[in-house]
Design a protein around this ligand. Structure first.
Ligand code: GLC
Ligand code: CA
Length: 513
């Protein structure tokens, strides 16, 4: 089922910042449709769209006010349907962003839920039964309506938590998962999924997927909840795909998710790679990859070597790669990102090394994330080809440095990051060992040392990847019989006396004999 996932390479689009076609300064769905050929030409065959539904945008659309309607600033439901069709025509697939954990405070469900008289939506959110009691361990809102209670939050103050129940009930106002309120919430979410899947969406990236059920220490409740959703999908939309923002693949895969994201928060050590004081992928060579690999291996084993852990180049919640790495360093970073198991996710603009825009005032709940959400830089026309609106109308200010990277300039330069990324994608697509389900065995990942080496394999094909981001040449024992070099960047690792000699700033992929 969903065979296309096996060689999927995703491109994440933050709709408000991608391409504006009606000159209001905000990206739109027509702009995404116009850009499909660009994305396909790069080699990506799947999209993840951040939430594009009606919202007051207090958290950039992760505060949904109407799950069934495209936000007017992005276009109409018809436009989104057209995007699905145009993507499918090109052999591409589209995941929407499902935000099941919370709504906006402006959602009609919440407005009903705030009423003191009991109604259909009274139990749609998590309320205590007196305004003087707060739910433990969660943010909350109180004194906001005549209903005598406090309501739990899931994220910002504008995002009250939907009620899927408590696995362990310890207070009278806490409801078990099978109580009518939590059941109705889950059914409402299924209806939303059904609506978009029927229209042509291929599935969902699920926001904060692991946190819907409360007081659920071993995640038994939440796993059961997603198994039920998967059973519903298997019956009605067997081809539909679910990828979770969860960060615990052993649990999410059990819940029926196809893949899980590696998170930039929590215990993953993802930030050791690209975003810390001494990133492993910096040429200064002071980084450490071992903690990352150990944690990765732990998850890999726990999920039965399925390797369905998606490692993103970045996303709308974290700094751009270019904040810590140079264009040359990013090439080596992409050699890693595009040769790991699980579907790779390229955050829009990372393929050209777009920069994090410093010192911006927060836009729509972005705060420090705002600098990573600036409008796409296409060419050398007005506003880098993002929009023909006047500069002060742009959704977020752009990188204004004269040497800002653009798609046009990088396409014209054969040695650009863009071309390296494109080459790596093509390489991955021609070698099943490098794709999502190929296995991985790490062969060199010493503490505070370089390089990083691993073997990817699928059936009889085996590829040894050796990556040395540091500027110094390093040597490691050669553990395999190599046949030929299928890719190299920044120099080619060579073999002498049973050793592999890796030039500074290089990545080499060997086909094994
Ligand atoms: C996820 C999203 C983030 C959002 C949050 C609350 O982490 O990626 O952008 O603010 O959930 O929905
Ligand atoms: Ca627009």
């Amino acid at each position: 089922m969903a065979k296309w996932l096996d060689n999927a390479i995703f491109y994440e689009i933050y709709p408000q910042s991608f391409k504006d076609t009606n000159s209001d300064g905000v990206g739109d769905i027509s702009g995404i449709i116009l850009s499909l050929d660009y994305i396909k030409d790069l080699g990506c065959n799947a999209l993840w769209l951040n939430p594009c539904f009606t919202s007051p945008f207090m958290d950039a659309g992760y505060d949904v006010q109407d799950y069934y309607t495209v936000a007017p600033r992005y276009g109409t439901n018809e436009d989104l349907k057209k995007l699905f069709e145009e993507a499918h025509k090109r052999g591409m697939h589209v995941l929407l962003d499902l935000v099941p954990g919370h709504t906006s405070v402006y959602h009609p469900w919440f407005k009903e839920s705030m009423k003191p008289e009991r109604n259909e939506y009274s139990d749609r959110y998590i309320w205590t039964d007196t305004v003087w009691e707060s739910p433990e361990g969660m943010g909350c809102l109180s004194g906001i309506s005549d209903r005598d209670g406090t309501v739990a939050l899931n994220f910002f103050s504008g995002q009250p938590a939907l009620n899927y129940g408590f696995y362990k009930v310890t207070k009278p106002w806490q409801q078990p998962m099978d109580a009518p309120g939590p059941r109705a919430t889950l059914e409402a979410m299924k209806d939303i999924m059904r609506f978009w899947l029927s229209m042509g969406a291929d599935g969902f990236r699920v926001d904060m997927a692991g946190s819907l059920v409360k007081q659920d220490e071993d995640s038994k409740g939440i796993i059961a909840l997603w198994q039920e959703v998967r059973a519903f999908l298997d019956a009605q939309f067997p081809e539909s795909v679910l990828i979770s923002e969860w960060g615990e693949p052993d649990k999410s895969l059990q819940g029926g998710f196809h893949m899980d994201f590696l998170l930039h928060f929590g215990p993953s050590h993802y930030n050791d790679l690209f975003r810390c004081e001494h990133p492993f992928f910096s040429s200064e060579g002071k980084g450490d990859v071992s903690a990352f690999v150990n944690k990765y291996l732990e998850n890999y084993q726990k999920s039965e070597r399925k390797g369905l852990i998606c490692i993103p180049s970045g996303n709308h919640d974290m700094d751009r790669l270019a904040r810590t790495l140079s264009q040359e360093e990013m090439k080596i970073a992409f050699a890693f990102l595009l040769s790991m198991p699980g579907a790779p996710f390229i955050y829009y603009g990372d393929e050209i090394g777009m920069r994090y825009v410093e010192n911006l005032i927060s836009v729509e709940g972005g705060y420090n994330r705002t600098g990573a959400r600036s409008p796409m830089q296409w060419d050398d026309s007005t506003n880098a080809g993002f929009s023909s609106a006047s500069k002060d109308k742009l959704y977020i200010k752009q990188d204004e440095s004269p040497d800002r990277p653009t798609v046009k300039a990088q396409m014209e330069d054969a040695s650009s990051l863009y071309h390296e990324v494109k080459k790596l994608i093509a390489l991955r697509q021609s070698h099943p060992a490098l794709q999502s389900k190929g296995e991985i065995d790490f062969t060199y990942y010493k503490e505070n040392a370089y390089p990083l080496a691993y073997v990817r394999s699928h059936h009889t094909e085996k590829i040894l990847v050796v990556i040395n981001p540091s500027s110094k040449q390093v040597e490691i024992p050669l553990t395999h019989e190599v046949a030929e070099v299928v890719y190299s960047c920044g120099g080619v690792a060579s073999i002498s006396d049973g050793k592999l000699i890796c030039p500074g700033g290089s990545a080499t992929f060997f086909l094994l004999a």
